[in-house]
Design a protein around this ligand. Structure first.
Ligand SMILES: NC(=O)C1=CN([C@@H]2O[C@H](COP(=O)(O)OP(=O)(O)OC[C@H]3O[C@@H](n4cnc5c(N)ncnc54)[C@H](O)[C@@H]3O)[C@@H](O)[C@H]2O)[C@@H](O)CC1
Ligand SMILES: [K+]
Length: 485
C-alpha cells in the first residue's frame, strides 16, 4: 500500500518515537528476526538446511533471532562474520549469548577472510544474508566483502534471502538476493531488489502521533553564526492587549537567533525585554497605513507570526488582509488575525502559512465546528487544509495538524493550559520553527508538541495553576529534554 512508503528520515524519527512509547530495541529485533523466519518458512518451506550469515551490527542481530526461530523446524548453521567481541548493541549481544547456549544451532565464527575462501555452501537450501543493513557506510570492507562474494557464487542455485537490505547495498558490491525482508515500511529510497514487507510491531500511532523524534529533527541547528538559526517577526498588540505578542516573542526567543516584535507604540512601551527587538508603530492599533513599513521589516526575516493581541478594530482587519496579501514569507496566522482573514480567505492563495484556530475560530473560518472522533475531526481539518492549500493546526485536548495531504496529532499538554496566553506561546513556537526552515506541517506539529511539553514540565513543578509566561520560560528546558532524548 502506497500509504506506507517512507523516507529513511521518517524511520529515524519513528525509532525515537517508538522508544518514547516504551517499545524496546529487544522487542523490535525479536519481531524482525521472527518475521524473517516466518517468511522463509512460508515462501521456501520447512525441514531445510539453512545457513545464516550475520555481521556484528543489528542486522546481524536480526540474523541471530531468525536462526533461533528457524532452528525449530530446520537444520541451521550460523556463520558470524567478524570478531565476536565487536558485536555492538546490547540486544544483538543478548541474542548471540542465547544462540551460544543452543545445541541444535551450529555456530562457525569467520574472523577474517582467510576462513571464508575455503567455505563450501553447496549443501544448503537457503542462505540468510544478515551481514549489513541500514547502518552500512560506504563499500563493504573485509571480511564482509569476501562473505558477500562467497554468497553470490551460489546465486541462482541456493535461495538467498536478505535481511532488510541486500548486504552492501547501495554499492555495487552487494548480495544478489532472491528477495529481501524489509521491515514494516517500504522506503522511498530503496530500489533494484524484490522486497517483502514484514511488520515488526510499530503501532499506527507512529504514523500520526507527534513525538520527540519529530521535534529533534525540527530543532536541528542550521549554522554557527548569529541570524543563521532563524529570524522571526511577530506582529501583534493593540490598545487592549500587549501581553499576547510578548508571550509569543518570549517563547520564540529561546529557539531562534533574533525575534523582532512589531507593535503599536501605545502598548509597545510597556515591554522591556532585552532579548526582543521592538519595532513600535505610531498609534494604538495597526492600520492600513502601517502595511508597507511592516512588510519591509518582514523582508529581513525568515518567518512571520501575525495576530496575537492585534484586536478586532475594522482598520486593523484591513491591515491584516493587506499585509497577508503582500507578505512573501512563511506565516503563522493566529487569534484575531484569523477572524480578519475569515472574511477574505482568497488572500491566502499561493502563500505558505499555518492557521492556528481553536474550535470556535475554526467555525468562524470554515462554517463548521470539528466534532466526533479524532479521525472524524482530522478528516475535516484535512479537507479544509486542502481547500485553502495550507496548513491548519486545530488546538484542543488533542491538537490536530494537517497540510491537506497528511494529518498528525499531538497529546502533550494538560488542563492547566486553558490559562490565557498559552495559544500565544504556541504561535511563537510555530513561527520559530518555520524560521528554522521547517515545512509548515512539521513546524506546526512540533510547535504543538513543544508547547505541551513545556506545559507538562511546568505542571510537574507547580501543579495546574500556572501562567503562560511560566510555559514560555520553560521552553529551553523542553528543548534540552528533546535534544537529549
Ligand atoms: N529500529 C531499528 O532501527 C531496527 C533495526 N533493525 C535492524 O538493524 C539494522 C541496522 O543496524 P545497525 O545500525 O547496527 O547497522 P548494520 O547492522 O547495518 O551495520 C552496522 C555494522 O556494520 C559495520 N559497517 C558499516 N559499514 C560497513 C562497511 N561498509 N563494511 C563493513 N562493515 C561496515 C559497522 O561498523 C557496524 O558494526 C537494520 O538494517 C535492521 O536489520 C531491526 O532489528 C528492526 C528495528
Ligand atoms: K542484509
Amino acid at each position: 500500500m502506497g500509504w506506507w512508503l517512507m523516507r529513511i528520515e521518517d524511520v529515524y524519527i519513528w525509532d525515537i518515537n517508538a522508544k518514547w512509547l516504551g517499545i524496546t530495541p529487544y522487542q523490535l529485533m525479536e519481531n524482525a528476526g521472527a518475521g524473517v523466519a516466518k517468511i522463509i518458512e512460508e515462501r521456501v518451506g520447512e525441514g531445510l538446511k539453512i545457513a545464516v550469515f550475520s555481521g556484528t551490527g543489528n542486522n546481524g542481530g536480526d540474523g541471530f533471532v531468525a536462526a533461533r526461530h528457524l532452528s525449530f523446524e530446520n537444520n541451521v548453521t550460523l556463520f558470524l562474520v567478524g570478531d565476536e567481541a565487536k558485536i555492538g548493541s546490547e540486544e544483538a549481544r543478548h541474542n548471540w549469548e542465547i544462540l551460544r547456549k543452543l545445541d541444535f544451532v551450529k555456530i562457525i565464527v569467520l574472523k577474517d577472510s582467510t576462513y571464508i575462501k575455503p567455505l563450501d555452501l553447496s549443501g544448503f537450501d537457503v542462505i540468510v544474508d544478515a551481514l549489513l543493513g541500514a547502518g552500512t557506510r560506504g563499500e563493504p570492507r573485509e571480511p564482509i566483502r569476501s562473505a558477500i562474494e562467497k554468497i553470490n557464487k551460489y546465486a541462482g542455485r541456493v535461495k538467498i534471502v536478505s535481511v532488510d537490505l541486500p548486504s552492501g547495498y547501495p554499492s555495487d558490491v552487494r548480495v544478489k538476493c532472491d528477495f529481501a525482508v524489509t521491515f514494516q515500511w517500504d522506503k522511498e529510497e530503496y530500489g533494484g531488489f524484490e522486497r517483502v514487507i514484514s511488520k515488526i510491531g510499530y503501532p499506527k500511532e507512529l504514523y500520526r502521533l507527534v513525538g520527540p523524534g519529530d521535534a529533534k529533527f525540527a530543532l536541528q541547528k542550521k549554522g554557527e553564526h548569529k541570524g543563521q538559526n532563524g529570524k522571526l517577526l511577530i506582529i501583534g498588540g493593540s490598545e487592549e492587549y500587549f501581553g499576547a505578542p510578548y508571550l509569543a516573542a518570549k517563547a520564540a526567543s529561546y529557539i531562534v537567533d533574533l525575534v523582532y516584535l512589531a507593535m503599536p507604540e501605545y502598548s509597545a512601551r510597556r515591554i522591556n525585554d532585552p532579548n526582543i527587538i521592538l519595532r513600535p508603530f505610531e498609534g494604538k492599533n495597526f492600520t492600513k497605513e502601517d502595511v508597507e513599513d511592516v512588510l519591509s521589516i518582514a523582508d529581513g526575516v525568515d518567518a512571520v507570526v501575525l495576530g496575537p493581541g492585534i484586536g478586532e478594530k475594522a482598520e486593523t482587519k484591513d491591515f491584516v488582509i493587506e499585509f497577508v496579501r503582500w507578505c512573501e514569507k512563511p506565516m503563522v496566522i493566529d487569534a484575531d488575525a484569523l477572524k480578519a482573514i475569515a472574511e477574505d480567505l482568497d488572500v491566502l492563495k499561493g502563500k505558505e502559512f499555518v492557521l492556528t484556530p481553536h474550535p470556535g475560530e475554526f467555525k468562524i473560518l470554515f462554517g463548521k465546528k470539528p466534532e466526533g472522533s479524532l479521525e472524524e475531526k482530522a478528516e475535516l481539518v484535512m479537507k479544509k487544509a486542502q481547500d485553502i492549500n495550507g496548513t491548519i493546526l486545530l488546538k484542543g485536548r488533542h491538537d490536530i495538524i494537517s497540510n491537506g495531504i497528511a494529518w498528525k496529532y499531538n497529546k502533550t499538554g494538560n488542563n492547566g493550559m486553558t490559562t490565557g496566553g498559552t495559544g500565544d506561546v504556541l504561535s511563537g513556537l510555530v513561527g520559530a520553527l518555520l524560521a528554522l526552515e521547517n515545512k509548515p506541517l512539521r513546524a506546526a506539529s512540533v510547535g504543538a508538541f513543544l508547547n505541551g511539553l513545556a506545559g507538562d514540565m511546568v505542571k510537574e513543578e507547580m501543579g495546574e495553576n500556572f501562567t503562560a509566561l511560566d510555559v514560555a520560560e520553560k521552553v529551553s528546558y523542553a528543548v534540552k529534554w528533546i535534544l537529549e532524548f
